[in-house]
Design a protein around this ligand. Structure first.
Ligand SMILES: [Zn+2]
Length: 368
């Protein structure tokens, strides 16, 4: 029955589906691993401008014994990944962003692709999907601030982020001719809105249907699917209610004198290499953003902006409004998340594969 294939997770924003993992204890098929990574943090929460997911794929079948985590995939990091026999590199920042017109030995990004394919190593990037995940980068960054409450500053700009419903259900319609029948049956359920469906040009050429629904309607949707299993496959159910957007604002209990007395703790927690703040300002509300926070923090009412980098003029703007600024260098606000990620993925993947952290990955800027 459906209930044995699909688990509902009501308290976290995890994507749950019927994918069955490889039975091997030391390998996972790449496709199964990608499904499981999507369970951990759905790529649908990435920003529309981003380039996330599987960016380099060795010819199938491809099995993964070692997953290699890095913040940035430089040539030095690639060399380390190859030495350590990585089968898949998870690079938080996408090493391919702008379209490539050729793959030659001329530029370092092209060389990365060549090295990866010649050595049968896949490259996967989650980037802003992990920023938005409840257990993601911004949540990790906030840990350095101690106990505090939080809320998103901006709503997610993800293209298919729902405006209604508490759950999203996605599945593939087995036969295209059944699509109208399935859609009209589901639309009859109160609280269901079909958000999109399209013929996917993947290897199985199936039609993918996506709908948002209320908690109450979800039970009816599941019942419909359960009674009509011939119509669909590859079901995914996503609970949307606990999704954290990409930015957090902290209203903290302990922030009076926090910066003056505890900034060394913050620095240690975040590996801060550079900071600027106004000592005379009491800090009660912190707006934080991993990476480059200028545009997203601009105009936010807070005592302190905490981010990786801001332009000189944006810092001046903040200072003119009495807002303190801590700048940690871009990737110092991101990289530390990877050790948390390794532990979470070990548990999520049930220790089926090796997961290792890069030792050569580091911020390119050093304060001397
Ligand atoms: Zn970044």
């Amino acid at each position: 029955m459906l209930s044995s294939r699909v688990r509902l997770v009501a308290t976290t924003a995890r994507l749950v589906h019927s994918q069955i993992y490889s039975s091997s204890r030391s390998f996972m098929d790449l496709k199964a691993l990608l499904c499981s990574l999507n369970d951990f943090a759905s790529l649908s929460f990435a920003e529309s401008w981003d380039n996330v997911g599987l960016l380099v794929e060795p010819s199938p079948p491809h099995t993964v014994n070692t997953l290699f985590l890095t913040n940035d995939l430089t040539e030095e990091v690639m060399e380390e990944a190859l030495q350590k026999k990585a089968d898949l590199i998870l690079s938080y920042h996408p090493p391919i962003f702008r379209p490539m017109k050729r793959i030659t030995w001329k530029t370092w990004k092209e060389r990365l692709v060549i090295r990866a394919l010649e050595n049968r190593v896949g490259i996967y990037s989650p980037h802003t999907a992990y920023d938005a995940a409840p257990q993601g980068v911004n949540s990790w960054l906030a840990k350095g601030l101690g106990v505090c409450t939080s809320r998103p500053i901006h709503p997610s700009k993800a293209p298919d982020y729902p405006t209604e419903g508490t759950h999203r259900v996605e599945f593939s319609v087995t036969h295209t001719q059944d699509l109208d029948k399935v859609v009209s049956s589901l639309k009859e359920i109160a609280g269901v809105s079909v958000t999109s469906f399209s013929a996917r040009a993947d290897d199985e050429e199936q039609t993918r249907l996506s709908l948002n629904c209320t908690q109450q309607a979800l039970m009816q949707v599941v019942a419909f699917l359960s009674q009509n299993r011939q119509f669909y496959q590859k079901t995914e159910i996503l609970s949307l209610e606990k999704v954290i957007k990409d930015i957090l604002c902290y209203s903290a209990v302990l922030f009076d004198k926090f910066i003056c007395k505890k900034h060394k703790v913050v620095m240690k927690a975040l590996l801060v290499s550079c900071f600027l703040y106004r000592e005379e300002s009491p800090v009660k509300v912190v707006a934080l953003c991993a990476g480059s926070g200028s545009s997203v923090l601009q105009g936010t009412d807070a005592d302190l902006y905490l981010t990786g980098e801001m332009s000189h003029h944006d810092v001046l703007d903040a200072a003119s409004q009495g807002i303190s600024v801590i700048l940690c260098e871009h990737s110092n606000t991101e990289r530390g998340f990877l050790s948390d990620l390794r532990d979470m993925l070990h548990a999520h993947l049930e220790n089926k594969i090796n997961i290792i952290l890069s030792e050569t990955d580091r911020d390119p800027l050093h304060v001397i």
